[in-house]
Design a protein around this ligand. Sequence first.
Ligand code: ADP
Ligand code: MG
Length: 224
Amino acid sequence: MTKLNVLYEGKAKILYETNVANELIQFFKDDATAHNAQKLEIINSKGIINNYLSEYIMNFLGKKGIDNHFIKRLNSREQLIRKLNIIPIEFVVRNFAFGSIIKRYNLSKEYKFKKPLIELFLKKDELNDPLINDDLIVELGWVNRSQLEDLKNKALIINEHLVNLFSKINIELIDFKIEFGKTVNDNENKLILADEISPDNCRLWEKNTKKNLIKIYLEIIQVI
Ligand code: ADP
Ligand code: MG
């Protein structure tokens, strides 16, 4: 396996081409962003932690039947993944109201949704990732109506698995964001889970103290 040119550098990761067709290397950076890259900071070793956690979660979901792009971890910062054509839609699943949705609809903080709620956002930094609805997604042609329904169902199943996983270690999954992509090799044209699942795109709280785990982590790295 040889690492070749940079295919894409994003806010949190760098994708490299490799000498194997349709396989990429995903490198995890320490850069942290909030409010769509308006605020930038470096969190020591964040990339390493996210690489290991995402490996664990992708393998865990794979065993539960959720196909995803993860192939194997190469080292502390890099993993081998299947190259996909990413659907530029962020699937946000919410168990409790927190973050942007509170302001948008004036909801009370920590409101628990009776049923997990999905919101879809267009992945476009220059437009600040606006909320988008099913009709416009289908109109713009990334997926058809039934594929979109399948992806939303998949997002809810992933939520159930993650809620159970985190509950076991006394962590509440408030909300999270995932991306899907189309496989590019052969004619299978499957839609599978992509990107990463890590504290960068999950809001995780310690159940008893209701403390945000990222804040706990930041406090720890300040004293070591
Ligand atoms: P961004 O700032 O665009 O969110 P990231 O720093 O998260 O970028 O880097 C990962 C980028 O790679 C994302 O744009 C994501 O959509 C894309 N990506 C994730 N998984 C794959 C994959 N398997 N194949 C191709 N692109 C991917
Ligand atoms: Mg990203």
